[in-house]
Ligand binder design. Structure first.
Ligand SMILES: *Cc1c(COP(=O)(O)O)cnc(C)c1O
Length: 333
């Protein structure tokens, strides 16, 4: 039985997403076999990992009779863009609390937020939803019934989407008679990692789940790996999966934070360029570019053996490429 069968789900995306082989990148890296899970192709508002969370979050919002959803993120938040698309598909009003101030020319994800009809509230240096509760109260006093989706959609209900994703992968690998030893992906608000941990423990406990931390997260009360642990235990409790995780189960690599969240450096530029030129696949500047850069570096350091098979989970984010045009010009190699 599916691990999330006790939760309701509103279909919003195209699943299963394909798994492809990255043969040329693997040959260059001279390490393990490389596969990629194409969650950039989940289909909701140009795709990305938030589709999986939003299928459960929107079902919850609708079951509570919400007429409005509120969430928060950075100006180029993929989560906000996909929430705006999901809200449009479910006929709900969408309010986004975005870090920063209005740019003169909206591009990338922000342009798409506006096309989806989202209401934007600019929050200066509060890009993680610090101002959401205030907005909830305001909307309530205007007679709305808002549903608040946490930063990144990372609560147990959202993470359930990634617990079910593991079943999807296991079915795909089974029909292809293939096996994997590791899953590697960009980790930032923790829902993806908590969900993958919960799903892997249930369906394929031998697989190692490795999050590449992409956000230094200054000023948070709880260190990020403890937050992931809490969330994984909340997710397994919500699903009645009967597991318990301890800190050693959280594998989080924080060596690739560079100059901070969303700052593109040589690591990201090289990973984006190699993946584009060798595989014809686009990564994004903030998350998957950094995570792939981290994976290539780990391969170079001998973290994996030649017998391993690593599944890189492409979590999406490609619309942000257009907002980072000036940081991504080919370096003429
Ligand atoms: C949100 C996001 C992530 C991180 O997922 P979390 O569940 O927030 O850790 C990774 N990649 C992309 C492209 C994202 O938009």
């Amino acid at each position: 039985m599916n691990i999330a069968s006790r939760l309701s789900r509103r279909r919003l995306g195209f699943f299963p997403t394909p798994i492809v082989e990255l043969n040329r990148l693997a040959a260059l890296a001279k390490g393990p076999k490389l596969l990629m899970k194409r969650d950039d192709q989940t289909g909701l508002g140009l795709g990305g990992n938030k589709t999986r969370k939003l299928e459960f979050l929107m079902a919850d919002a609708l079951s509570r009779g919400a007429d409005t959803v509120i969430t928060a993120g950075a100006e180029q938040s993929n989560h906000c863009r996909q929430t705006a698309a999901a809200a449009a598909a479910c006929s709900l009003e969408c309010h986004l609390v975005l870090g920063g101030s209005p740019p003169s020319q909206p591009g990338g994800n922000l342009l798409l937020d506006l096309l989806f009809g989202a209401h934007i509230h600019w929050a200066g240096d509060h890009r993680k939803g610090e101002d959401c509760l205030l907005l909830v109260e305001q909307l309530k006093s205007n007679g709305r019934n808002p549903y608040m989706i946490p930063y990144g959609g990372s609560c147990a209900i959202g993470a359930a989407g990634f617990a079910t994703a593991v079943e999807e992968v296991c079915n795909q690998l089974h029909s292809a008679a293939a096996e994997i030893t590791h899953v590697v992906f960009a980790s930032s608000s923790g829902g993806t990692q908590a969900g993958l941990m919960t799903g892997c423990r249930r369906y394929c406990p031998e697989i190692q789940v490795i999050g590449i931390d992409i956000d230094k997260g200054a000023g948070e009360e709880t260190p990020f790996d403890e937050h992931i642990l809490d969330l994984a235990n909340q997710t397994t409790a919500l699903l009645g999966a009967g597991q318990h995780f301890s800190q050693k189960d959280v594998v989080l690599c924080s060596d690739y934070l560079g100059d901070g969240y969303g700052v593109v450096g040589q690591l990201e530029r090289r990973a984006i360029s190699l993946t584009a030129r060798l595989e014809g696949i686009l990564l994004d500047p903030v998350y998957t570019g950094r995570a792939m850069g981290g994976l290539l570096d780990l391969i170079g350091k001998g973290y994996f053996t030649a017998d391993d098979t690593v599944l890189f989970w492409h979590t999406g984010g490609t619309p942000a490429l257009f907002a980072y045009a000036d940081k991504l010009q080919p370096d003429g190699e």
